[in-house]
Design a protein around this ligand. Structure first.
Ligand SMILES: [Zn+2]
Ligand SMILES: [Zn+2]
Length: 359
């Protein structure tokens, strides 16, 4: 006799219903609102926005969960309400491969954390296309053929998983403060000597919302997300994901907390250096205790596209919150070399003329 598998999912109850109540077409989240809209008949359904709760206590989570869950394959099964097909997906949100219905999972795969907060899309697909078109137009050295890249075909709205880590810190430090003195030498001139004195102390500081990626990315988006407006964070609700894809994270909270602490440690070193003061500083001892560590899984909206050129992938990311464009554009080397050569020529001719005039 075999026992029923307790972990087997109930597909019908496991994903968001995105069927229009009027015409049965698909509802999708409308950027910048708190509503779902039918792409066919325009029916609009408003949902309530909620404030985000406090973060998850990291130590309690770590005691219960072994690290490495994110790297293990884990899927959620969702049954499409449009065509009835079953989709095994490791994404939080995706589309039915048979009828393109929107599938948003309502529970996480075993051992995985559900999103806690979301920065809802504020930039529509049309606005993102316009931002992309203008960005391409500004690529003076860009390969001309690629300026016709059609954003409409390949633009995908997706939420990227990020970890937001907050922590209290207490740092014991000891070091030496160096104060420089100018001394006159007997035979003239001056000499700098440094007087060193012992310094030590304790620094306490709280670090809120250090953002680290929850998923390996093609592009380094550190710069992009140093400007995240966290005021716009709201409590996670599956409605925000309807019509957008959302990958699950593959970097565990354990690794996220470690990399957040690495970043925090850099700032603490700066604090200690300032606390030592003087003209020169030596840090001889530095020990930081982290406490009250909390974390949140935050979904960050982006419009993404990738094009192939010269056998290479060129990923472009447009912030779904601000519309800022991040990415590199293939450079037309011939145009670049000719432009630089022309600039040199102008400088050389001007120099020659100037010398001739003086002669
Ligand atoms: Zn409808
Ligand atoms: Zn379907």
């Amino acid at each position: 006799m075999t026992l029923p598998d307790a972990a087997s999912p109930d597909p019908s109850a496991d994903h968001l219903m995105t069927r229009c109540p009027t015409c049965s077409a698909q509802l999708a989240y409308v950027p910048g609102t708190t509503s779902l809209q039918c792409g066919s008949c325009g029916t609009n359904l408003v949902f309530e926005e909620a404030d985000i709760a406090a973060g998850r206590a990291y130590n309690a989570w770590a005691a219960e969960h072994a690290a490495g869950a994110a790297t293990r394959p884990a899927t959620v099964t969702m049954q499409c309400e449009g065509c009835g097909a079953l989709t095994d997906s490791d994404s939080v949100a995706t589309t039915c491969q048979f009828c393109a219905s929107h599938l948003v999972a309502l529970s996480a795969a075993p051992g995985m954390v559900m999103p806690d907060a979301v920065l809802p899309f504020a930039v529509t697909a049309a606005a993102a296309k316009e931002k992309f078109r203008r960005w391409v137009g500004h690529q003076f050295f860009g390969v001309k053929a690629l300026k016709k890249v059609n954003a409409e075909e390949s633009l995908v709205g997706t939420y990227l998983p990020y970890w937001s880590v907050s922590t209290d810190t207490e740092t014991q430090w000891a070091g030496k403060r160096g104060v420089d003195h100018e001394e006159r030498r007997p035979n003239g001139g001056t000499e700098t000597t440094t007087n060193w004195s012992d310094q030590s102390g304790t620094l306490t500081r709280r670090f809120d919302d250090t953002f680290v990626p929850g998923k390996e990315q093609d592009l380094d988006l550190t710069v992009a997300f140093s400007t995240l407006k966290t005021d716009d964070l709201v409590a996670y609700q599956p409605e925000y994901l309807a019509g957008f894809s959302t990958a699950r994270y593959d970097i565990d909270p354990t690794d996220a907390v470690e990399s957040a602490q690495g970043r925090v440690a850099g700032q603490i070193r700066g604090d200690v250096t300032r606390a030592i003061g003087g003209d020169r500083q030596k840090i001889e001892h530095l020990q930081t205790a982290y406490s009250a560590i909390t974390f949140r899984l935050v979904l960050v909206p982006v419009w993404m596209m990738t094009f192939m050129f010269a056998g290479k992938r060129w990923p472009i990311v447009i912030s779904g919150q601000t519309g800022a464009v991040y990415g590199k554009f293939p450079v037309n080397r011939v145009k670049m070399v000719l432009t630089v050569a022309a600039m040199f020529a102008v400088v050389i001719i001007a120099t020659l003329l100037f010398m001739k005039m003086r002669a």
